[in-house]
Design a protein around this ligand. Structure first.
Ligand code: ADP
Ligand code: MG
Length: 369
């Protein structure tokens, strides 16, 4: 790795600021999915076991000002349960005596998303060491990701971030072939760059979900009132022409109200063959409107097929995670990334700003000490 990690430094007796991604769904003050909170527990425990005090930072949603709906208080409660110990919750950016402190949503503070220098300094003043562990937020150059990293005396990557990067490097850099990517979800427009990056690397690409419709329309299928991006029909044709031998599209569908809502059984059987033969699988995006149980079968069956295969499998994406959680399959893959947007940008081959900041920090440390 080009950056320092938590294992490289001695944090005994130090106050450690840890940026996590606790951006979890909350309804009526209750955490609906604690996958991301659970993923951070080993990092917190490692800090405590090394004799450090832990100061946690995270964002939740996209509020532009303090808003009780987006308070991290329910996350503090879940952390207490998962850790079995006290977690102080602080609405202000002030030092505390507690062993573990979770600060309020970083987006409640002016200047978070513009990476304001004063705010970054305030975050950095909460501890002696900064640990960037929020892979899911690493694609944003905000005060609590990049700014605090630059302002902290020492900044290192946390174990969760390291794990995520290693898992993604494993599938993207020297994967075992055949490599199969499965991309679903609503729209092509949000994933054009990912599709292109994957097509350059993988042996087979399954396209499902709403985004498959535009490709099907490009092939001349009458998709009736299905979700379609008419402005991308030419792009879809171009991609199909260029990579015809790699791309696999659904060939039967579950219709509802003149719309394609899910993939059919013939398609599932075809996709399963490719899943069984693959040695590396990358999956992002539901294959149907899985939020409605009537149209969840395709997504859940694909999840089960991947879970049963012996391939090294990496799964990521906000809605994809929700789907596999719904099916109780979160532990059935080689790696489940907690990142949504960051996962996709990393696969595209983009440099994530918070990871760059860690790399720069190390260069700076080496040249000045
Ligand atoms: P992720 O968050 O995992 O990257 P996306 O956000 O790209 O996934 O897409 C998820 C959404 O795609 C879901 O809300 C799902 O209902 C929708 N979707 C999947 N298949 C279809 C379809 N056939 N028609 C309309 N929407 C679909
Ligand atoms: Mg999504």
């Amino acid at each position: 790795m080009d950056f320092l990690t938590l294992d490289d430094i001695d944090i005994h007796g130090q106050r450690v600021i840890v940026r996590e991604d606790f951006n979890v769904p909350i309804v009526d003050n209750q955490v609906q999915s604690d996958l991301r909170i659970k993923a951070a527990i080993p990092t917190i425990k490692q800090c405590l076991a090394s004799g450090a005090k832990v100061r946690l930072l995270s964002h939740l949603g996209r509020p532009e000002a303090p808003d009780p709906k987006y308070s991290l208080l329910p996350v503090a409660q879940r952390l207490r349960q998962l850790l079995g110990q006290a977690v102080e919750f602080s609405a202000n950016l002030v030092d505390t005596q507690a062993q573990i402190t979770l600060y309020e949503n970083v987006r409640f503070f002016q200047g978070e998303t513009t990476n304001n220098l004063d705010l970054a300094k305030q975050f950095a003043s909460l501890g002696d060491v900064f640990v960037m562990d929020a892979f899911g937020s690493a694609h944003r150059a905000h005060a609590s990701t990049v700014g605090v990293c630059e302002q902290a005396k020492v900044a290192v990557a946390g174990p969760l971030l390291v794990q995520e990067v290693q898992a993604l490097n494993k599938v993207m850099q020297q994967p075992q072939h055949p490599v199969l990517a499965i991309i679903g979800g609503a729209k092509i427009s949000s994933k054009v760059a990912v599709l292109k990056a994957l097509l350059a690397q993988v042996d087979f690409l399954i396209i499902g979900g709403g985004m498959a419709n535009t490709f099907l329309a490009a092939q001349g299928l009458d998709i009736q009132q299905s979700l379609c991006e008419a402005n991308l029909l030419d792009l879809a044709k171009e991609i199909l022409n260029e990579h015809a031998e790699k791309i696999l599209l659904p060939d039967d569908y579950i219709w509802f109200d003149h719309k394609i809502m899910d993939i059919g059984t013939k398609t599932l059987a075809k996709f399963k063959q490719y899943i069984q033969q693959a040695r590396t699988i990358i999956w992002n995006g539901p294959l149907g409107v899985f939020e409605d149980p009537r149209f969840a079968h395709g997504t859940l069956q694909i999840a089960k097929d991947i879970a049963q295969s012996s391939a090294y499998s990496v799964v990521g994406g906000g809605d994809t995670l929700a789907a596999i959680e719904q099916a109780n399959l979160t532990t059935s893959f080689s790696y489940v990334s907690t990142g949504g947007g960051a996962f996709l940008e990393y696969i595209e081959g983009q440099k994530l700003p918070a990871i760059q900041a860690l790399i720069n920090k190390r260069k700076y440390d080496i040249t000045t000490h």
